[in-house]
Design a protein around this ligand. Structure first.
Ligand code: AFD
Ligand code: MN
Ligand code: MN
Length: 429
């Protein structure tokens, strides 16, 4: 395996921090032991946790208004893979990449799979793209894709999704994520019911092409690019569609795809209750689909989502196997740094949720002891789990201080010498 950052650099930095890590880990271990928690067991759980990074998140993305590329930004899937390998090498949290087609199209997927494996990476859910037109495309998506009035457009969208499944098979993926930008900007523009009927018919054709061990993850989004109505606008539409499609169809929750202040953790519990929790796109949001770094705005919400996931895992009902992916895109930071930071925050919330004393929580709930129920969550949330994450990371070969090592490596500067500059232009949705 050839990894992009020098092992010596990581080892040197880890050696400098080894005493601090041991001290902090031991102190936290003693603190947790007082409440009956074995820190090594939590660390082992964290070591088994991972989240996928999106290939498109390796670029700077932008807003609808502008893109401000940085020197050394990746433009091909090969360059993006290398950046993803950096994130995983340092964090040991992100061993899979979620690709987006046709953005990541290549001629040889077997070779791409090997190229990723060489860098310690596998593949997560394949994302289809029927929300923008490609050069030479026969039918425009200007009026929708799976729900378009035009039958040839719908067929084109179905065919593209089936092609994504085929690509995913070659890469070793087992999930297809379908997000459509279909919707309207004007009352009366489309009939709500008929457009949903058309979506369901198209989605069923894709579903029929899924291999047995695959899942189809339906991603809802309240608005944007459509600003009046969206075909799969919320978790209600999503779960109804998933129920109609069949057991392999599940719902994907992108944290930024809800109205402000919506209780996302409750949505997670509901989806799990009905066996339809398929996965997540982690990011944070202040106003809308802002795609900000995970936990940068509302880390408590992220913790509460993981608390529901811990409950769900302990009560699997129809199984528990959500896929975890980051979906963020930036205009102001180096995307590698942002994804390192996000992956760490996500794992922290996972770790904190593992610390919740569930017996105490459930007992307090039974007794209607509201304050103690709340405190069961609060106590776990207040623990600084950084030493647990650092220990798991260092033991797995990652860096104690991921950002410091990344900066010391001058990786981006080196890539700026090798890679061709990114063009200007508008961002993506
Ligand atoms: C969208 C969705 C979806 C999609 C991405 C494309 O979150 O996951 O793949 O952005 O940029 O808003
Ligand atoms: Mn998303
Ligand atoms: Mn989004």
């Amino acid at each position: 395996m050839t990894l992009p950052i020098s092992d010596e650099l990581i080892a040197e930095s880890n050696a400098r921090n080894a005493d601090a890590l041991e001290e902090d880990y031991a102190a936290l271990g003693r603190k947790l032991a007082r409440t009956g928690i074995d820190i090594d067991a939590v660390k082992d759980r964290v070591a088994g946790f991972s989240v996928a990074v999106p290939s498109w998140g390796a670029g700077r993305g932008g807003t609808r208004f502008a893109k401000f590329p940085i020197p050394g930004e990746p433009t091909t899937i090969h360059e993006k893979l290398e950046d993803c390998a950096v994130i995983n090498q340092l964090s040991r949290l992100t061993p899979r990449v979620s690709p987006h087609f046709p953005w990541d199209k290549v001629s040889d997927y077997k070779a791409l799979r090997e190229e990723a494996a060489e860098q310690g990476l596998g593949w997560d859910a394949v994302n289809s793209n029927t929300f923008q037109d490609q050069v030479g495309q026969a039918h425009t998506y200007a009026n929708g894709s799976l729900s378009a009035q035009d039958a040839a457009t719908r067929q084109q969208a179905v065919d593209h999704n089936i092609e994504c499944i085929e690509i995913g098979r070659q890469l070793g993926s087992t999930d297809l994520t379908v997000w459509v930008g279909d919707g309207t900007n004007f009352p009366g523009q489309q009939d709500f019911t008929r457009s949903l009927d058309r979506y369901l018919e198209g989605a069923a054709a894709i579903y029929a092409a899924l291999p047995d061990d695959w899942r189809m993850l339906l991603e809802h989004k309240m608005f944007e690019p459509a600003f009046y109505s969206t075909v799969i606008s919320d978790w209600g539409s999503s779960i109804l569609a998933a129920q109609e499609l069949g057991p392999k169809a599940k719902c994907l929750v992108d944290l930024g795809h809800h109205a402000p202040n919506v209780n996302i953790e409750q949505i997670v519990a509901r989806l799990h209750r009905f066996g339809k929790l398929g996965g997540f796109h982690f990011n944070d949001s202040k106003y809308g689909d802002d795609d900000l770094d995970s936990g940068s705005i509302n880390p408590h919400q992220l913790f509460l989502v993981f608390n529901e996931l811990a409950e769900a895992e302990a009560n699997p009902r129809d199984g528990f196997n959500p896929s975890y992916m980051i979906d963020q895109s930036h205009n102001v930071t180096d995307p590698i740094e942002s994804m390192l930071s996000s992956a760490e925050t996500i794992a922290q919330c996972f770790a904190k949720a593992s610390l919740v004393d569930r017996k105490a929580l459930h007992a307090a709930q039974e007794e209607n002891d509201t304050m103690m129920a709340f405190q069961a969550l609060r106590r776990a949330y207040n623990v600084d789990v950084a030493p647990i994450l650092a220990k798991a990371r260092v033991e797995a070969g990652g860096a104690y201080d991921v950002l410091a090592v990344y900066r010391d490596s001058q990786y981006r500067d080196r890539k700026a010498q090798e890679r061709k500059p990114v063009g200007l232009g508008a961002g993506i949705v």
